[in-house]
Design a protein around this ligand. Sequence first.
Ligand SMILES: Cc1cc2nc3c(=O)[nH]c(=O)nc-3n(C[C@H](O)[C@H](O)[C@H](O)COP(=O)(O)O)c2cc1C
Length: 326
Amino acid sequence: MKTRMTELFGIKHPIMCGGMMWLCKPDLCAAISNAGALGNITAANYNTGEELRTAIKETREKTDRPFSVNLSLLPSFRITKEMYLEWFNACLAEKVAAFEISGTPVDKFFGPDAIKRGHDAGAKFIHKLGSVRHAVHAEHAGYDAVIAAGVEEGGHPLMDDVTTMVLTPRMAETVKIPVITTGGIADGRTLAAALVLGAEGVMMASRFMATTECRMNHKVKDELVNHQEFDTYLYGKTIGFQGRAMKNQVLTQIQDMEAKHATLNELAPFLSGLRQTAIWDEGDIEAGLVPVGQSIGLIHDVVTCKELVERMVKQAEALLSGSRLK
Ligand SMILES: Cc1cc2nc3c(=O)[nH]c(=O)nc-3n(C[C@H](O)[C@H](O)[C@H](O)COP(=O)(O)O)c2cc1C
């Protein structure tokens, strides 16, 4: 399945993993890249540029294939401007294959020469976006590809709330650089649909959580398999920074506080990503917010990354060649 996405990154299958703080680490990243897709190391797992460089080197010991590094240039209680700069410079020094950016565009965050500096170091730039207007900016700034992130996605969907189904063709008809789709993608049917909508491939995050190589407590993987597409909710609209997470007591509490017009300071202790380590390590799904997309409804098993990626591609190819799944 060759597309402009596979050509851009030199990968076999048009599938990539989206950034996931605390989860996108060397083992999972290498397993995804070894499966022929594009793995991901998420910079926010690390406190310094040096720590990130170590993770990149560790990944390279496990795979000789390309992978991307996620830089989330988003509001944070923990991450300072210096940390972002260290991560960016670490990636340039390590000559990473690609940056997956979310939040502020790199040209605005690191300066107008950021993309040229990255290109000179051999990196491609992709920006994850929820609107066509932002994709137009990314194209003008010199990005190599954009990700159309529909409101179905886990993490922080843009408050425009446009679905993957509409955003993908709108972006594909507007920009000339490749469009990759995310939000609601989890199997061969959704991969095939994304390609039909004009995308050059897909990005998934939630689905890669339910793989054997994702280091997290097995109880959370069981929850992913058992929950349905209606078990996630949006939160954070009242503070201008929306997120999607699995329904639990913390999410209900945040929603109740938002209904009573709680301030950012009042909400901050419940939003902190630091609470998530108890979820992933101990399987305590009430410890904090559990970011996950509506694609959770399409997760039916825990398999290896290789099995997942190959099964998706086979199913998509069968559908695109006209044969229907039984
Ligand atoms: C557990 C989890 C953590 C995430 N962390 C980040 C992150 O640190 N940075 C980021 O840009 N996106 C993050 N995201 C969003 C994903 O990269 C991706 O955009 C989104 O989850 C795609 O939707 P899907 O999960 O339905 O595939 C996270 C998503 C999940 C599920």
